[in-house]
Design a protein around this ligand. Structure first.
Ligand SMILES: NC(=O)c1ccc[n+]([C@@H]2O[C@H](COP(=O)([O-])OP(=O)(O)OC[C@H]3O[C@@H](n4cnc5c(N)ncnc54)[C@H](O)[C@@H]3O)[C@@H](O)[C@H]2O)c1
Length: 391
C-alpha cells in the first residue's frame, strides 16, 4: 500500500482542517465522508476537487462496511466517540481519531483490546506533543538538567464562549446562547454536558512525553454548575485534577471552557519543576518561556525563545494548524499504516491521556475520591486482546 484510502467521520468545524491537510499530503486519498447530519455533507464535499469519487454516508455501519476505505479519521464530538473508534477497529479499519480518546473507562479498554486483537493502527491525533518546546523540555528532563522532576502543571483554560454548546441536528447549525430564541430546534450538544476535565489530553500528552511517565492516581475538584459566566450552560467553569505518577511526581492539571482569556493561544500553560531547575511556559503573547538551572550560575529565571513551532519543521508542515503540529499526526499515522513504522504515541500512551481525565471526573462525582489509574499494557492478569476482569 502506498496510499491510505481514508474516510472522514464527523463533518463539523474541525473536519475542515483535516480535509484540507489530508488533500495536501502525499499518501492520502479521501474516499468517503460520514455525518449523521446530512446538510453538512455538501460543505465537506465542496472542499474536495475529486468529489465525484467520494462516497457520502449518513449511517455509521454502512460507512464502516465501505470496502474502498482502509482507515477512518474520526472527528466527532460525542460521549461515545471511544466506542465509535473501537467499532471502526473491529470493522478492520485503521483509526486516527481526534481528542479525547474516550469518555468512559470501558471505551478506553474497548479501544485497547480491539487494537490488540485486530492489529490495526490506532492513533490519537493529539498534536501538542509535537510542539518544539515539548521536545526541548523532554531533552532537559532526560539529560537530568532539571534534577529529579517532582512537580508539573498543565492547563487548558480558555473561552469557547457559547459556541458549539447548542446545535440544530436537522440543519447542523450551531448557535450561541444569545441566538437560542431564533433557533427553537437547537439542542444542547455533548460539549454542553461533557466534564471539562475530560479535555486533558492536550496537557497530559505533552507533559507525560516530557516526563516519560504515566499517571497512577488521580483526584479532582470542580466549581459548581451551571457556569458562572453563562448560566444557560449546565457546565462547571473550572475543574482541577491532582495526580501522582509512577515515578513519584505530582501533577496539577486544569480545564475550563468558559474563562475569558487575554490571548488567542493563551489557553495552554505548562510548568515543570525539578530538584535542580525549572521551566515554565510564557504567560502572555509578549512574554517568553522561562528556565532556571540551579547549577549554571543563574540568579533568576531566564527567558528562552521556545515556541510551539519547531525549528526543524519541513515546509509542508507550515500552516497545517496549531503551531504546525497538525502535520505531524497525519505524517505519523501515514508512516504507521503505509510503512508499518511503530507509533511513538501508541494506543497505550493514548489511553494514558484519556483515563486519568475520565477518572478525574469520576472522582468529582464521588466527592473527590482518590482513583487508581490502570496500566493498559498486557500483563500476567490480562492477556493481549482480552478485557480485564470487572470491566
Ligand atoms: N486537536 C485539536 O486541536 C482539536 C481542535 C478542535 C476540535 N477537536 C476535536 O475534534 C472533534 C470534533 O470537533 P468539532 O469542533 O468539529 O465538533 P463539531 O461538534 O463542530 O462537529 C462534530 C461533528 O460530528 C458529527 N457527529 C457527532 N456524532 C456523530 C455520529 N454519531 N455520527 C455521525 N456524525 C456525528 C456532528 O454531527 C458534527 O457535525 C472533537 O472530538 C474535538 O474534541 C480537536
Amino acid at each position: 500500500m502506498d496510499e491510505i484510502r481514508i474516510g472522514i467521520a464527523g463533518l463539523g468545524g474541525r473536519s475542515r482542517r483535516w480535509i484540507s491537510t489530508l488533500l495536501k499530503m502525499p499518501g492520502y486519498r479521501i474516499t468517503a465522508l460520514y455525518d449523521w447530519i446530512e446538510p453538512l455533507h455538501e460543505r465537506a464535499l465542496s472542499l474536495i476537487e475529486y468529489r465525484n469519487d467520494v462516497v457520502v454516508f449518513s449511517d455509521y455501519e454502512d460507512f464502516l462496511s465501505y470496502e474502498n476505505m482502509d482507515a477512518v479519521g474520526l472527528v466527532v464530538r460525542r460521549k461515545d466517540q471511544g466506542a465509535m473508534a473501537a467499532q471502526a477497529l473491529e470493522a478492520g479499519k485503521h483509526v486516527n481519531m481526534e481528542v479525547p480518546a474516550a469518555h468512559t473507562m470501558e471505551d478506553c479498554w474497548r479501544i485497547v483490546t480491539a487494537a490488540e486483537r485486530t492489529g490495526r493502527v490506532y492513533q490519537l491525533a493529539e498534536q501538542t506533543r509535537y510542539w518544539g518546546f515539548v521536545d526541548a523540555w523532554r531533552d532537559l528532563v532526560a539529560e537530568g538538567r532539571l534534577g529529579r522532576v517532582t512537580y508539573c502543571e498543565g492547563q487548558y483554560i480558555g473561552y469557547y464562549g457559547t459556541r458549539q454548546f447548542f446545535q440544530d441536528y436537522k440543519t447542523g447549525q450551531q448557535c450561541r446562547v444569545e441566538e437560542l430564541p431564533s433557533h427553537p430546534g437547537a439542542e444542547p450538544t455533548w460539549l454542553h454536558l461533557m466534564p471539562p476535565i475530560h479535555y486533558l489530553p492536550h496537557e497530559l500528552s505533552p507533559m507525560l512525553k516530557v516526563l516519560d511517565d504515566r499517571v497512577v492516581e488521580v483526584t479532582a475538584m470542580s466549581t459548581g454548575s451551571p457556569s458562572y459566566s453563562h448560566p444557560e450552560i449546565d457546565q462547571p467553569d473550572i475543574q482541577v485534577a491532582l495526580m501522582k505518577t509512577e515515578k513519584d511526581r505530582l501533577l496539577r492539571m486544569a480545564a475550563g471552557f468558559m474563562q475569558k482569556i487575554p490571548s488567542r493561544r493563551g489557553h495552554h500553560w505548562y510548568q515543570v519543576i525539578g530538584t535542580r531547575g525549572c521551566v515554565e511556559w510564557k504567560r502572555s503573547e509578549k512574554g517568553r518561556p522561562l528556565m532556571w538551572l540551579a547549577d549554571s550560575q543563574m540568579h533568576d529565571l531566564a527567558e528562552v525563545d521556545w515556541n510551539f513551532e519547531r525549528t526543524d519543521a519541513p515546509a509542508e508542515a507550515h500552516g497545517s494548524g496549531h503551531g504546525d503540529a497538525d502535520y505531524y499526526v497525519h505524517t505519523a499515522f501515514r508512516n504507521a499504516v503505509v510503512e508499518n513504522k511503530p507509533l511513538e504515541f501508541d494506543v497505550y500512551r493514548a489511553m494514558e491521556t484519556a483515563a486519568p481525565a475520565v477518572l478525574a471526573a469520576e472522582s468529582i462525582a464521588r466527592g473527590t475520591e482518590l482513583m487508581k489509574v490502570p496500566d493498559f499494557r498486557p500483563n500476567r492478569s490480562r492477556a493481549s486482546g482480552q478485557m480485564p476482569e470487572g470491566v
